[in-house]
Write a protein that binds this ligand. Structure first.
Ligand code: ADP
Ligand code: MG
Length: 244
């Protein structure tokens, strides 16, 4: 049984059909990337899985359990954490406080949550030094690490990452992808939305492509990489092969 099974998912925003009949699965322990151009429906897919938008039709099974229609809070408690687009940090809070917000166990003491937040700095050593600094004073890449650390605080079985590399300098993008590989190594299943198809297909075990709200294709990274549609859409055609 896959860890996540999305079946015939449809989402509408008024007149706009953001997703129609989207079906895919994610196996436990995998890194799966969801590719597609702007407006294809990638963020909407993540938002439907984490309960931020209600599907018009279809089902979402997490570990065999129907989660469509549950509250975001209930879904995070079941083990699905979402790091949204735009690496939001909360401006009045320190880095540590930002990370502590991700704790999903309402019964834990704040001392215990603080210890867990500090343990996150083992995964993100680059931001340890800034634990007591205000989150918004960090660089874009460091803020992204804070946002991912906040997501991991829920100890998710499935982590949803929405364009974590967007707007970051190439060397920082490398660091973010290294972190994704490290999260994977620690046993967390990852669904990664990316514009950077090249990097995403390097880290992923499987990929899907959304086009205009529908699932256009799916396959292993090699297969997707050799598909002309992917190269044309993301990498300007023929030169893509040479850059890999
Ligand atoms: N809250 C919303 N209200 C209205 N339309 C939306 C909303 N969110 C997304 N859309 C529309 O749904 C489509 C898919 O958007 P989105 O999932 O954000 O795409 P992607 O993440 O692939 O760029 C787009 O046409 C977008 O304009
Ligand atoms: Mg998006």
């Amino acid at each position: 049984m896959p860890l996540l099974e999305v079946r015939d998912l449809s989402v509408r925003f008024g007149e706009i059909e953001a997703l129609h009949g989207v079906s895919f699965t994610i196996d436990e322990g995998a890194v799966v990337t969801l590719l597609g151009s702007n407006g294809a429906g990638k963020s909407t897919t993540l938002r439907a899985i984490s309960g931020l938008v209600a599907p018009r039709a279809g089902s979402i099974l997490f570990d065999g359990r129907a989660i469509a229609g549950l509250s975001p809070r209930a879904i995070v408690k079941l083990g699905v954490a979402h790091v949204p687009e735009g690496r939001r940090v909360f401006p009045g809070l320190t880095v540590r406080e930002n990370i502590m917000l991700g704790a999903s166990n309402g019964n834990a003491s704040s001392a215990a949550i603080r210890r867990e937040a500090d343990a996150m700095f083992d995964v993100f050593p680059d931001i340890r030094h800034f634990a007591d600094a205000l989150g918004w004073t960090l660089s874009g890449g460091q803020q992204q690490m804070v946002a991912v650390a906040r997501g991991l605080m829920a100890k998710p079985r499935l982590l949803l990452l929405d364009e974590p590399s967007l707007g970051l300098a190439p060397v920082i993008v490398q660091a973010v992808f290294q972190i994704i590989a490290e999260i994977h190594k620690r046993g967390t299943t990852v669904l990664l939305v990316e514009q950077n198809a090249h990097m995403a297909l390097k880290v992923a075990n499987w990929g899907y492509v959304l086009e205009s709200g529908g699932l256009a294709l799916g396959g292993d990274p090699e297969t997707l990489w050799s598909d002309e549609r992917i190269r044309d859409a993301y990498l300007g055609g023929g030169q893509a092969k040479a850059t890999r």
